[in-house]
Design a protein around this ligand. Structure first.
Ligand code: PMP
Ligand code: GLN
Length: 414
């Protein structure tokens, strides 16, 4: 393997998928719903399959299927409050994943610095390293006093001085993820203004991963950093139809940003994937046209999904607290992390594989209770793994039956 690929080990997603097959599991590990919501999306896919003509079964354009870029531009023009140009300011990719890869690899020269806020979704670092970047990590910290504590992900913030000192003339990209996987944090206006000030001062590109943009729980509000003064010119925003339409297997995503920035992403996309799957793009376009019509109404899937998720989130917080976990209540996303220190003290994990205690606990849990989770240290760099080691991640966007089964598993921890 060429040395620029720094991450040859098995990913946590492959490890947990294999464990899921080995043990008959209650699977709260990988982030996807175990149900179709709503089933209209399948109907749309069937409609596309049956639509006449050969066109929808053939290549479409590299920048994106015309019907999809058009509706993405129309939908987000409302949200950005600016007229997006579908031909130059939207790029359709193979999932948000590929958008991230294109944004990072299309803009980094070897030696440039990339800032990553921890805990971080595990693809940012390897993508930056492939591009030859030097990665600078900065962790969110619980800086509030006990009186100010809310018990939510809002307690976790960036230290202003630490953030200021990590920026330099060498900084090329800051990767932002809001709502954040795995912590569920939704960055507030003040936090975004500080990031924006520094990106503008140092002429840095903000790659803003907003795949959970619709999954926000009141009173938190999702703010797009690209809408802050001066930030449109500094931001590529990444979204996912997999996340927003609850169809992660469709693996369709997009980047939105000014034409001059997206130009570089387009080159990487063209050299790698070239054109993303036409019938899936057509189906996503039809679903988004429906969302456009129903925007901000109770029938909108975005709103319905968030409502269902909020209920499941409340249920799961209580379930974890009752069992002796100390959950951090998420402001967004469909993940929850919970401190398991109190429970862990009683357990003998010495025979389990792995270098960190949360990794060992993942194995112990699946073997002894058949509950499958994600150890949060995978979202931290070596220096900060001790923060993640105390936290397990659960995906709670699952059927009530599966969450109930999880409750039974958790009761077996002794
Ligand atoms: N970013 C984050 C924060 C994610 O959790 C995911 C989930 N896979 C992705 C990006 C990738 O999204 P997609 O499945 O659309 O590639
Ligand atoms: N984003 C999902 C998660 O965090 C899926 C990860 C993946 O890339 N397979 O669980």
């Amino acid at each position: 393997l060429p040395a620029r690929f720094h991450n040859p080990e098995e990913s946590i997603w492959n490890i947990t998928t294999a464990l899921g097959l080995q043990y008959k599991c209650t699977d709260l590990a990988q982030g996807f719903p175990n149900f179709l919501l709503p089933d209209y999306v399948l109907g749309v896919l069937r409609e596309v399959q049956l639509a006449g003509g050969y066109e929808l079964q053939q290549y479409t354009r590299d920048i994106g299927h015309p019907r999809l870029v058009k509706i993405v531009a129309s939908l987000y023009s409302r949200i950005y409050n600016r007229n997006l140009d579908p031909e130059n300011e939207v790029l359709i990719t193979c999932g948000a994943y590929e958008s991230l890869y294109c944004a990072i690899n299309g803009n980094v020269e070897p030696g440039d610095e990339v800032i990553i806020i921890e805990p971080a979704f595990d693809c940012y670092e390897p993508m930056a390293l492939v591009a030859g970047a030097v990665v600078k990590f900065i962790p969110l910290r619980k800086l509030c006093s006990p009186e100010e504590e809310t018990g939510t992900s809002a307690d976790w913030t960036l230290d202003e001085q630490e953030l200021r000192s990590i920026f330099s003339e060498k900084t090329k990209i800051l990767v932002l993820n809001t709502p954040m996987n795995p912590l569920g944090k939704v960055f507030n206006l003040k936090e975004l203004q500080l990031i924006a000030e520094l990106c503008i001062k140092y002429n840095v590109l903000c790659v803003s991963d907003e795949v959970y943009e619709w999954n926000v729980f009141e009173p938190a509000k999702h703010i797009k950093i690209a809408t802050l003064p001066g930030m449109w010119e500094h931001t590529i925003t990444v979204s996912s139809a997999g996340k927003s339409l609850c169809t992660t297997g469709w693996k369709c995503g997009w980047s939105i940003g000014p034409g001059n920035l997206l130009k570089n992403s387009r080159v990487v996309h063209k050299e790698n994937v070239e054109t993303y799957i036409t019938p899936i793009q057509e189906a996503v376009a039809r679903c988004l046209e429906r969302e456009y019509e129903l925007f901000n109404t109770d029938e909108s899937l975005f709103r319905q999904a968030a409502k269902i998720m909020a209920k499941k989130m409340d249920y799961f917080v209580k379930l974890l607290r009752d069992a002796g976990f100390d959950p951090i209540v998420p402001e967004g996303s469909y993940f929850m992390v919970a401190d398991w220190s109190k429970l862990g003290k009683k357990l003998d994990l010495s025979k389990e594989p792995g270098d960190t205690r949360d990794y060992k606990f993942m194995y112990w849990l699946v073997k002894n209770t058949s509950l499958l989770t994600i150890p949060s240290s995978v979202f931290y760099s070596p220096k900060n793994k001790h923060i993640g080691e105390k936290l397990m991640r659960f995906c709670f966007f699952k059927t009530d039956e599966l969450l109930e089964a999880a409750s039974k598993c958790i009761k077996k921890i002794e």
